[in-house]
Design a protein around this ligand. Structure first.
Ligand code: FES
Ligand code: FES
Length: 157
């Protein structure tokens, strides 16, 4: 099949890839752009491990064809921290022990960022709904919600 060219912005950097039209975003991020912080769990839209932010919305990158990403702004976990300084959500996850194996963590952090970008101080219930598509097999979720709520309560994004 003939390859297509897609130009997008990934973590504030313009990127152009030449790719098969059926390629999924997660595989382009991981295999072509070396952004392996985005994890593939189920590969079918069930676990949220592959979550990235596209034009402000958290999406499952395993369900997205890169062909639909022309001109889009994509944020992956590699772009969350501000150069050397961790994002407040990352600091809060560490403080609250909100991770164990860490496989779900990039996706959870980006779903959390998406909700904080939309609403400065979401309630605990709103936070739970916002990350309900992100499954974690390790933590029991309480520490994750505590961490996000702490950042939300300070009005940080
Ligand atoms: S890997 Fe995409 S939702 Fe599970
Ligand atoms: S920390 Fe292991 S799956 Fe969430």
């Amino acid at each position: 099949m003939e390859q297509i060219t897609v130009s997008m912005t990934v973590n504030k950097r313009p990127v152009t890839v030449r790719i098969q039209p059926y390629a999924r975003l997660i595989h382009v991020l991981r295999n072509d752009l070396d952004l392996t912080g985005t994890k593939e769990g189920c590969g079918v839209g069930e676990c949220g491990a592959c979550t990235v932010i596209v034009d402000g919305l958290n999406v499952n990158s395993c369900l997205v064809l890169v062909a639909s990403m022309e001109g889009k702004e994509i944020l992956t976990i590699e772009g969350l921290a501000d150069s050397e300084k961790l994002h407040p959500l990352q600091e809060a996850f560490i403080k609250h022990n909100a991770l164990q194996c860490g496989f779900c963590t990039p996706g959870l952090l980006l779903s959390a960022k998406a909700v904080l970008d939309k609403k400065v101080q979401p309630t605990r219930e709103e936070i739970k709904v916002a990350v309900s598509g992100n499954l974690c097999r390790c933590t029991g979720y309480e520490q994750i919600i505590d961490a996000i709520e702490e950042v939300a309560s300070k009005g940080q994004e």
